[in-house]
Design a protein around this ligand. Sequence first.
Ligand SMILES: [Zn+2]
Length: 147
Amino acid sequence: MSDADPSGESPPTDRDYAEWLDALADGEGFALACPDGHGSLPPRRVCPECGSPDLSREPLRETGTVETYSVVHVPSPRFADDAPYATAVVDFGPTRLTGIVRGDDPDGDAAPEVAIGDAVTAAVGERATDGERLVVFRPAADRSPDE
Ligand SMILES: [Zn+2]
């Protein structure tokens, strides 16, 4: 496998992130972990914590825990058709993911309900505004506490 892209059409960083989204969409989401256990996500080439280039792929946990969230009523133009929506930072073990929260009703107008400590699953969805792929969190079917 070569990192060279003679066409020059797609920067490696975008491609790495697209591949990571593909894996997440297939239920095979992963984090990059260095030997010290610091987690990060593609397109990282080195650990952001300690600079180690020795990154391995660790499967993400099936469910994560909401650490923080905020409901956006006045979105940036790229999310104009998605509002209101909630963005959340979710702890998946070795790393955290940032994405938007969607409830069980994808066409609902109300902002989804989310709370710190909620268990959610991560998937790949599309931004309503322009179809760009992004990380989407949904309430985990089983809400039993997982501490
Ligand atoms: Zn590290």
